[in-house]
Ligand binder design. Structure first.
Ligand code: HPA
Ligand code: ZN
Length: 330
């Protein structure tokens, strides 16, 4: 079996996936029509042309524009169901997905509509093809902490459906430190915490995520190599870093895949794995991320196996389930 086949056939866990980032242009247009929402794109070609980003900020503008077509519970269900079918197609057997409630509640959509649509689709996927999943609610870091407290309040009502909280949106200028009281309250309410850090922002933000937000994983974290002490800390504690190769190229964190530091991170024994982030916007789902980074960095079969095993090790599955999946690679 060649490496590409091996990647496609292996069971995988995905740990960094924004459900709003799986909105394909085709679904965007059909939902715009169904809901009578005006969007600033004329047609699907026009949308695809707009997906030429210069950094995180330029992407977020279009990403929030696209999300405006999501109005009814059925829309959130359809969005999530389409991603669940991708998981089935790609042999993703476990997924931990982010959603951004403030993107929707700030447009007058109720928190319940959002969470129920997502949750029902994931339940159906569990029942029909045994896809396991967790839902992580992200706070938008460009907004203030008070806005975060309001959504946390609403999340408490849905504690049975929401496993953890995270932090996303514009990183630079919005350090984890800004949200330390909010994350403290989330931890007191038994939410697991994660945060985007070290995507574009400095190692300092990764330290803050660890020390102030008490995160179990860091999303992206590719800037860590600038700080040897941080690398030592991450390696010693095997803190997972959810790396997203195609995202990093699309948002120009690295110029090209050959320049990506994933192989260096693997060689430093960091707990890294591959994820797709916002696949509808960044040109590929999980398998494409794997296949393209393997080719660009000439990763070995052992490297690929490590990345696959790390995806399960780093997940929030229980120990028994982790062992079951990992044993398939021995
Ligand atoms: N970084 C920050 N915010 C985001 C991302 C990301 O990669 N994707 C969706 N929101
Ligand atoms: Zn992300």
């Amino acid at each position: 079996m060649n490496l590409e086949e091996f990647i496609k056939k292996s069971p995988k866990a995905e740990l960094h996936l924004h459900i709003e980032g799986t909105l394909e242009p085709e679904l965007m247009f059909s939902l715009a029509k169904r809901n009578n929402v005006e969007i600033s794109f004329k047609n699907i070609e026009d949308v695809k042309k707009a997906y030429n980003f210069s950094n995180l900020e330029s992407f977020l503008k279009i990403y929030y524009e696209g999300a405006k077509v999501l109005i009814e519970e059925q829309d959130f269900f359809d969005l999530t169901w389409a991603y669940a079918l991708k998981c089935k197609e790609e042999n993703i057997v476990h997924t931990e997905i982010f959603f951004d409630p403030q993107t929707h509640t700030d447009r007058g959509i109720s928190f319940d509509i959002v969470i129920n649509g997502i949750y029902k689709a994931l339940q159906k996927a569990q029942k029909e093809f045994n896809l396991s999943s967790k839902i992580i609610m992200c706070f938008l870091r460009h907004l203030d902490e008070d806005s975060g407290f309001k959504v946390l309040e609403q999340a408490l009502v849905h504690k049975d459906k929401i496993f953890g909280v995270g932090l996303d949106s514009s990183e630079k200028g919005n350090p984890p430190n800004k949200f330390k009281r909010l994350f403290k309250k989330a931890l007191e309410n038994n939410f697991v915490t994660v945060a985007h850090a070290g995507e574009e922002g400095p190692p300092k933000y990764m330290w803050e995520a660890l020390n102030l937000l008490k995160v179990k994983r860091i999303d992206h974290g590719v800037q860590c190599l600038k700080d040897a002490k941080l690398v030592e800390e991450l390696s010693k504690n095997q803190i997972p870093l959810t790396v997203c190769p195609l995202s990093n190229i699309k948002l120009r964190v690295f110029n090209k895949l050959k320049d990506h530091n994933l192989k260096t991170m693997l060689d430093k024994k960091l707990m890294v794995m591959i994820n797709s982030d916002d696949p509808a916007y960044f040109g590929g789902y999980l398998n494409k991320n794997f296949i393209e980074i393997q080719a660009a960095l000439n990763l070995s079969k052992e490297d690929i196996k490590t990345l696959l095993v790390n995806s399960f090790k780093s997940s929030f599955l229980n120990e028994k389930k982790k062992i079951e999946w990992i044993s398939k690679f021995n």
